[in-house]
Write a protein that binds this ligand. Sequence first.
Ligand code: PLP
Length: 331
Amino acid sequence: MKKIRENTKKVIEKCREKNSEVAAVTKVFAGDKYIIKSIIDSGINILADSRLKNLKKFNDLKIKKMLIRIPMKSEIEEVVKYTDISLNSELETIFEINKYAKIRNKIYEIMLMIDVGDLREGIFFENYNEIYNTVKNVIKLKNIKLKGLGTNFSCFGGVIPSEEKYNILINIKNRLEKDLNIKIKEISGGSSGTLSLIDEINIPKDVNQLRCGASIALGIGLNDMPFEYLHQNTCEFAVELVEIKKKILNNKIKKIGVCIINTPGMKKEYFIPTDKKIKIIDINNDYIILDLTESEKKHNLNDEIFFNLSYGGLLLSMNSPYVRKVYLNNL
Ligand SMILES: *Cc1c(COP(=O)(O)O)cnc(C)c1O
């Protein structure tokens, strides 16, 4: 937990240097309130999650909550009840939000998404008329506040954040401000992937929010690259040895260890053994099979073997009822 708190503080500090606020993306933690509270205590002002179910669990936490995907029309009532901000791109949905916000007597904030080529959510950047028309309608709504413009990178289209892409967004912002005589205060400009490039590319100062998840949780950013100033080993996955035998593998005698994994859907690439001399041979829903031959440690039955986790591994572990979670406050 200490490492996650330190990561959170460093990410906030790094973004602050560049005039950006951090929305802490919590989806990898599957609504785990203990961890989320720790992240809030580290100085976060906005929680961002793509699962409404997770955000519902945070209902009693006094902090702004942002749904970082487009809401479904069928869930708007709950979206308005449990969140304060969401990402949007469809007027029809925004009208629906306005309707429920009015019922709740609430001003609901939306981040209008602009797609700068990544083919995720958002109005395509070249369709200025559609963007203009949407904003023109949005600003008339009494219970909706246009919080700002947002965009996504490194998703389906694999577009990497660049000064050029940010300038597309800033140009749209400037044009809208002029054409509609409004002020757009926020630009939510990406994720931990942008944080990876924050010292390398010239990010316009108008970009003032980053939605950071992987960097806080695992100290990684663009293409899972580690940040040298963050902790990667925030979590460990422990399994117990239930068999140690000499076996023949590729014509060589090997010391093979079998451990209980007991979790459906795990993959080899999710696990990084903390003992670098241990290799993972295979994994299935029940067992993880390890090559212990090179390890300098003497292994006994019932010993635990430890792994650090990739993003996918942490996500699946946090979501699995078969994985017991233990919180170490001082590590
Ligand atoms: C998951 C997500 C993020 C956070 O990405 P990280 O790489 O975990 O920092 C940001 N924005 C959206 C819309 C997301 O879905």
